[in-house]
Design a protein. Structure first.
Length: 315
């Protein structure tokens, strides 16, 4: 919100002119103070005080505002002053609003059967303030609530009407990095070179995936690798449903399409299985037994991942 000094002073003067003007005159509560509303309030707040039940019940003091709320239809007695003030702020670019705080003063207890009336005045409009949300003005209204001629309490309500601050654009989200450790580093080094390497026990010859520090068959810690041919089939799959995540939606790759999408368990021709994406095929077209072929996709300057494409799509 940028204003010339003269324009800012003129606006401030116009806003200050609303101080002391009535926002509601002789408003009437839509319902008398009553036990059902008191009970609902206490249940929500978890307040079990006996003061709010029985023949001598009083209303919880903090319910003061509840008895004057106008609902969707509003109240008779409301003036145009408050709406005019907000419209003036809208014209000045303060199009957003947030409630900041309220203050209440209690003069006498309210009891079931009491019928409340109220008057609301625009108590103050602040100087222009700059907050983390943006630049604008704090507007405070004061409502005096009565039962007959007696003041029951006062409710002050404060809002900030502001022009939202410009925020720096967020950096483009990057796809999460795989966890690389001493046991699987060789696999990811192979992926960087566009090679899908499978561990092989040098004692019993068993192939294994994912990479492990030792053989599950014989326990031998020694191993070498064989390179996968890249041929495989969909052994199983699940369809993922989750909220959009920028790193998976801001990409041109079919594997990164917005949810839902399929995550497949691929059985390689060598007999081991690995989890990956089937790219180029809609999630509802993926089928168990579908033949696929390996390819490598680059997602940014650092990340390369092995994915699979159906033979029909590859053709």
């Amino acid at each position: 919100m940028s204003e010339e000094p003269g324009a800012s002073e003129e606006l401030g003067t116009r806003l200050k002119a609303y101080e002391g003007r009535a926002a509601a005159v002789a408003g009437t509560g839509k319902d008398p103070v009553n036990l059902p509303m008191i009970r609902h309030w206490c249940e929500v707040m978890g307040d079990t005080s006996p003061a709010y039940t029985g023949p001598d019940a009083t209303a919880p003091p903090a319910m003061l505002q509840a008895w004057i709320m106008g609902g969707l239809s509003g109240h008779e007695g409301r003036t145009d002053a408050y709406d005019e003030l907000l419209a003036l702020l809208d014209e000045a670019g303060c199009t957003s609003v947030v409630a900041t705080d309220c203050e209440q003063e209690y003069v006498r207890p309210l009891r079931p059967g009491d019928e409340v009336t109220f008057d609301t005045v625009i108590e103050s409009v602040s100087e222009r303030k700059t907050t983390k949300l943006g630049t604008g003005y704090f507007v405070t209204t004061r409502t005096d609530i009565r039962v007959g001629p007696d003041l029951a309490g006062t409710h002050r309500f404060r809002i900030l009407k502001y022009a939202p601050a410009r925020r720096a654009p967020k950096p483009t989200a990057r796809r999460p990095r795989p966890v690389v450790n001493r046991d699987n580093a060789g696999f990811w080094q192979g992926v960087e070179r566009h090679r899908l390497l499978i561990q092989r026990c040098t004692d019993c010859g068993t192939l294994r995936f994912p990479w492990l520090p030792g053989c599950n068959t014989c326990g031998c810690p020694d191993w070498d690798t064989v390179e996968a041919s890249g041929e495989g089939t969909v052994y199983s799959y699940v369809v993922m449903h989750h909220p959009p995540f920028p790193a998976f939606t801001a990409s041109d790759h079919a594997a990164d399409a917005a949810a839902p999408y399929a995550v497949a368990l691929i059985e390689l021709a060598e007999g081991v299985r690995m989890i990956s994406n089937v790219v180029g095929t809609p999630y509802d077209k993926v089928r168990i037994g579908m033949p696929v072929r390996l390819e490598f996709q680059s997602y940014d300057e650092e990340l390369v991942l092995p994915v699979f494409r159906t033979l029909e799509d590859a053709a």
